[in-house]
Design a protein around this ligand. Structure first.
Ligand code: GRF
Length: 204
């Protein structure tokens, strides 16, 4: 399967996918064909360039309207003819054009146990709420924010000392689980195929 990965930051989820593919190029069942971002100058793009991959940057501010940004992101992604798009720390909500083109083939990873703590601050919100466990969720993207059908989740304990650093250590512990979960899910979706039945995802 051809993957396009969308990033906005350090790209450690992207790196986990690249490392898994490099470790088993014929067996993993997918290859990253391009990496897209909503901003330049991020480590995620450096990781892509280091891997010799094509990259594209679609910045909202470069377009007169959000809808035109959505169109540009859709066209830039479609140029690589992806089978699956992986939003790995991509911090923009894609628009209806992108969903019309890639809905059902677009997955996202979120650092909380959805439906709890959706949105851009899931780690901090779980910590502030006093949750005793949190974790990460890999899900298909629908027209809501972090509301699409859940594919897999991983649980991470919250520790008392996590209150001391605003959730940084907790987020790192979540990302360790998240990277393994994403690599496992993407490989299974690519190798086995899948069916989305309402809110359920079936991977044979
Ligand atoms: C991940 O935890 C993702 O769930 C969240 O931001 C983080 C991105 O990390 N949205 P990276 O850029 O993959 O290192």
């Amino acid at each position: 399967a051809r993957l396009v990965v969308l990033v906005s930051g350090s790209g450690t989820n992207l790196q986990a996918l690249l490392d898994a593919i490099a470790a088993d190029p014929s067996g993993y069942g997918a290859e990253v064909v391009a990496v897209g971002a909503d901003r330049g100058g991020i480590v995620g793009l450096e990781r892509a360039e280091r891997a010799g991959l094509p990259v594209f940057v679609c910045r909202v501010k470069d377009h007169p309207t959000r809808a035109e940004w959505d169109l540009a992101l859709t066209a830039a992604t479609a140029a690589y003819e992806p089978d699956l798009i992986v939003s790995a720390g991509f911090m923009k909500i894609v628009g209806k054009e992108f969903l019309a083109r890639f809905g059902g083939r677009l997955i996202n990873t979120h650092p909380a146990l959805l439906p709890s703590f959706p949105g851009a601050h899931g780690v901090r919100d779980a910590l502030a709420y006093g949750a005793k466990v949190t974790g990460c969720t890999v899900h298909f993207v629908d027209d809501g924010v972090d509301t699409g059908p859940i594919i897999a989740q991983g649980v991470v304990e919250v520790r008392d000392e996590d209150d001391d650093d605003g959730g940084a250590a907790l987020h790192e512990r979540i990302k360790e689980v998240e990277r393994r979960l994403l690599v496992d899910v993407v490989g299974r979706l690519a190798r086995n195929g899948y069916r989305i039945e309402g809110r359920k995802v079936r991977i044979p």
